[in-house]
Design a protein around this ligand. Structure first.
Ligand SMILES: [Zn+2]
Length: 277
């Protein structure tokens, strides 16, 4: 099969609540069920945040542990990616779950603005988070919110602070950060391919950018992220009934561009990930 497309499902995130869409999974039990449906629909990576019972975000390692254990049991083979993103905790709290040895984590390598705050990643925190990914053998997915983040990630692999080959995600459409701009997307792709020929890349679009980024990535040979963390709607008028429904949109798009949806085995092979013992 030629160039299978990995679909990552970002099931919950830190922001959307049941008021935005009642199908957003909040409890660990809801998260496991929602991920299982998405896995059956073709997702091979689960990008995970955890929440408190009042829906506020947390970086509680105990919740991450229960979720990881449940996903390994109910979605065997699926790649578990725990968020080390900036809305779930402050400073080193963001890496407190890496000792659980998830398959992947999602560090950032630079700062930028979010809708209502600075997404602060100091050089010291970046070096520490990346050293923790090496220590616990967790593959980083580098969240590129800006062009400079691609250059920084390449430099960190060169100087040994990150383990390659890189997996870079272009994040587009966050208010006050990089919009979903096609020429920038094309330049991101060219830049990754030029600076790190062994890297793989994917894209995530926020809100209505999600389906747009799905199409750009699939048609250009990259991998995709979907799910309710980034977008709770199928279209302007319709709430997504589940994470699986958003995965199906991406899977249908793969069919349109004649790309097979990667199985979890193929996704692990593409990313160089062993199955956890
Ligand atoms: Zn996230």
């Amino acid at each position: 099969m030629s160039n299978p497309c990995i679909i990552c499902v970002a099931i919950t995130g830190s922001v959307p609540t049941k008021a935005d869409n009642p199908a957003v999974p909040i409890t660990v039990e809801e998260q496991i069920e929602s991920t299982h449906e998405a896995f059956d629909a073709g997702a091979s990576i689960a990008h995970c945040h955890v929440r408190n019972d009042d829906q506020t975000p947390t970086a509680d390692p105990e919740k991450f542990a229960r979720l990881t254990e449940g996903l390994r049991k109910h979605c065997p083979g699926m790649i578990v990616q725990l968020s080390t993103g900036g809305r779930t905790g402050n400073g080193r709290e963001r890496g407190g779950m890496l000792s659980l040895k998830p398959d992947m984590a999602s560090p950032s390598v630079g700062s930028n603005n979010f809708p209502n705050r600075v997404y602060e990643n100091t050089p010291e925190l970046i070096s520490w988070l990346s050293s923790e990914t090496i220590k616990y053998n967790v593959k980083p997915e580098i969240e590129a919110f800006d062009l400079s983040h691609i250059f920084q990630a390449v430099k960190m692999v060169e100087d040994g602070r990150l383990k390659g080959p890189l997996y870079v995600q272009f994040v587009m459409g966050i208010k006050n950060a990089m919009p979903g701009d096609r020429q920038v997307f094309d330049f991101y792709k060219q830049t990754v391919e030029r600076l790190a020929p062994d890297a793989k890349w994917c894209g995530a679009g926020i809100g209505p950018n999600q389906i747009k980024l799905n199409e750009w990535c699939i048609s250009e040979g990259g991998h995709v992220r979907t799910g309710m963390e980034d977008n709770v709607r199928l279209d302007r008028h319709t709430l997504a009934p589940s994470n699986a429904a958003l995965v199906k949109v991406a899977a249908d798009m793969c069919e349109k561009y004649e790309r097979p949806v990667a199985t979890w085995q193929q996704a692990r092979e593409i990313l160089g990930l062993q199955l956890a013992a």
